[in-house]
Design a binder for this molecule. Structure first.
Ligand SMILES: O=C(O)CCC(=O)C(=O)O
Ligand SMILES: [Fe+2]
Length: 313
């Protein structure tokens, strides 16, 4: 996989019509997915259910949102740290983003839309809802493959019933002279899984386990499927979330989107199938949203690996 000089992420095709559970095409894709996640913590999915029209529409919707006055955008407040409006932060001055909670539900999409546009914005509401739902389908296909491969389908079914999706719409402005070009600092996602999508301007870099940064090429049908911290604990350490960052270059602003999976109102138990003599239990059962709260405590902020400090054994 990849040459020594220029590592590349595995590209996995999710556009095949034949990708149905139980077929050969499903099981070979499943094996590729698990291999990629174990080796890189992520991969590129090509997924043409998101059409070029929808790709263009979602970024038009995103620009409409981020072009709203700041007074409006800051009303996107969330009880969960970093799930609402984030902008003009000292460490990441180029970054601005808003989060749509429960983005795959009509209620979630409408609540957010009405907050931003009290007179309504059907285009925004319909576009974000469709986009979030198609990416959630991709997420669930990937997770079904992972759980099938590990023999933990039952565990996944229970989590699936408690899954909630956050859609973040993000814009990075170009740096001014003498300003940092760091769009987002190196981090792992606090989600269970994340799916990232970007418009033509590059900037997203993902680190391999060997410590090399891979620059991700944008394409309308490419999506980065990435494990978050919660997935590492759930898989008893088999899948590790990759470090990633955004570095801005040039003078063009950059738009990106992320669909983040979280588990609400259910304690995440490490499946017993993943624990044996060779793989002793590494993580305690935990509550995903309590973990998010922990990250923003003084102790969590100081931690180099909060998921380990929070619930590793
Ligand atoms: O903008 C991107 O491509 C990545 C964003 C990201 O890593 C995040 O929001 O966690
Ligand atoms: Fe991230």
């Amino acid at each position: 996989m990849g040459s020594l000089t220029h590592p590349k992420l595995p590209v996995i095709d999710f556009s095949k019509e034949s990708l149905l559970s139980g077929t050969n095409s499903w099981s070979s894709t499943r094996d590729e997915v698990v291999r990629a996640l174990e080796e890189y913590g992520c991969f590129i999915a090509t997924y043409n259910k998101v059409s070029l029209d929808l790709h263009n529409a979602i970024f038009r919707a995103s620009k409409e949102l981020l072009d709203l006055p700041r007074e409006t955008k800051i009303t996107n407040i969330s009880k969960t740290p970093s799930h609402g409006y984030v902008g003009q932060e000292a460490v990441i001055p180029l970054y601005e983003g808003l989060g749509i909670a429960n983005a795959t539900t009509l209620e979630g999409a409408q609540t957010f839309t009405n907050l931003m546009w009290p007179l309504g914005n059907d285009f925004f509401c319909e576009t974000t809802l469709l986009f979030a739902r198609l990416l959630a389908d991709l997420d669930q296909m990937v997770m079904r493959m992972v759980s099938e491969s590990y023999g933990i389908e039952k565990d996944y079914e229970t989590l699936l019933g408690s899954t909630t999706y956050l859609l973040r719409l993000i814009k990075y402005r170009a740096p001014e002279t003498n300003e940092t070009n760091l769009g987002i600092i190196p981090h792992t996602d606090k989600s269970f899984m994340s799916i990232l999508h970007q418009r033509q301007v590059k900037g997203l870099e993902i680190r391999t386990k060997e410590g090399e940064w891979i620059l991700i090429d944008p394409s309308p049908s490419s999506f980065v499927v990435m494990a978050g911290d919660a997935c590492m604990a759930w898989t008893n350490g088999r899948i590790e979330p990759p470090n990633h960052q955004v570095i801005m270059s040039g003078t063009e602003e950059r738009y990106s989107l992320g669909l983040f999976t979280f588990i609400r109102d259910r304690i995440i138990q490490i499946p017993k199938e993943l624990v044996d003599d060779e793989h002793p239990l590494k993580f305690k059962a935990f509550d995903h949203f309590k973990y998010i709260d922990y990250i923003y405590t003084d102790e969590g902020k100081r931690s180099k690996c909060p998921i380990k400090d929070y619930c590793a054994i």
